[in-house]
Write a protein that binds this ligand. Structure first.
Ligand code: R5P
Length: 286
């Protein structure tokens, strides 16, 4: 297998090839004067099995993934697997209101055009895998997050809402610690409300586990509640750190002791590598 990294996949590709000894494909990614993307694969990949690594966020990386995939197909690659560590648009996984697109679906259908398989990490909802018209699999960075949280002597895991409970319960089982959840109501894109609930957190190191941190509203509200109820340390943990606008300040101001994110989206909080989870997912194609 040869690995072709997109702009957002370079660090993951380096870690992955360190484990597998596979080689990175030389490629050029630049922009024309009008800012359109220019892509070129700079070596012979005829009949090779190719793994392209690229997150589909922000939007410009979607175009880059389309072009990388088509370039690999045109260059005669035999099998093209797309590893999409963070699958953007996964939250628009249905029509919430008539007239809307199913963004996760149309993106999946377009990405399926020139590829042979898809891997993604901790998708917001698993059913988005069915939108691809080629074999698609998901894996999770929870095992890696769990190892990290053990080092931080975490004794309680908290799901910020019922939707995150299954993921958090799975992590709690792996750490062998307690798990609880909050009841969150989303008022709008930026405002959420958490129902009052007495939690057994006094003196404990608590980690809140979510799939995505976006505006930071969910985390900040949960952290404030945990600190109010006497938690010793609170860690904000996610697979995908979007960290929109002032989210980081919001989370820190709420009393967060550490923000822990995987590297599916490159940012300053990438302490968890998603390379091992991508390798686990690749077993589906062996
Ligand atoms: C929602 O269902 C997700 O799992 C996250 O809780 C949400 O995306 C976090 O968003 P924010 O950081 O804007 O509160």
């Amino acid at each position: 297998m040869k690995v072709l990294p997109g702009t957002t996949g370079i660090s993951i590709a380096n870690q992955l090839t360190k484990i597998t000894n596979d080689s990175l494909i030389k490629r050029e990614i630049t922009r024309f004067p009008d800012d359109e993307l220019y892509i070129r694969i700079k070596e012979d990949i005829t009949d090779e099995n190719i793994l392209i690594i690229q997150t589909t966020y922000p939007d410009e990386n979607i175009i880059e993934l389309f072009l990388l995939t088509h370039a690999a197909r045109e260059a005669g690659a035999q099998q093209i697997i797309l590893a999409i560590p963070y699958y953007g648009y996964s939250r628009q996984d249905k029509q919430f209101t008539p007239g809307e697109p199913i963004s996760a679906k149309t993106l999946a259908q377009h990405l399926s055009l020139h590829a042979d398989g898809i891997i993604t990490i901790d998708p917001h909802k698993n059913h988005i895998l069915n939108f691809f018209t080629i074999p698609a699999y998901q894996e999770s960075v929870i095992p890696e997050i769990v190892e990290y949280l053990k080092l931080k002597k975490t004794t309680l895991l908290l799901a910020p809402d019922i939707g995150a409970l299954e993921r958090t319960q799975h992590a709690a089982k792996l750490i062998n610690c307690d798990c609880d959840y909050l009841e969150k109501t989303r008022i709008d894109g930026k405002t959420i409300k958490i129902q009052p609930k007495i939690l057994d957190v006094k003196g404990k190191n608590v980690a809140i586990i979510d799939d995505i941190i976006s505006t930071g509203g969910t985390m900040a509200t949960a952290i404030r509640e945990l600190k109010k109820q006497g938690a010793a340390k609170v860690y904000a943990t996610c697979a995908h750190g979007l960290f929109i606008a002032d989210s980081i300040q919001k989370i820190q101001a709420a009393g967060c002791d550490m923000i822990i994110a995987s590297d599916t989206i490159p940012n300053q909080f990438n302490v968890i590598s998603s390379a091992p989870s991508i390798l686990r997912a690749l077993n589906h194609f062996k």
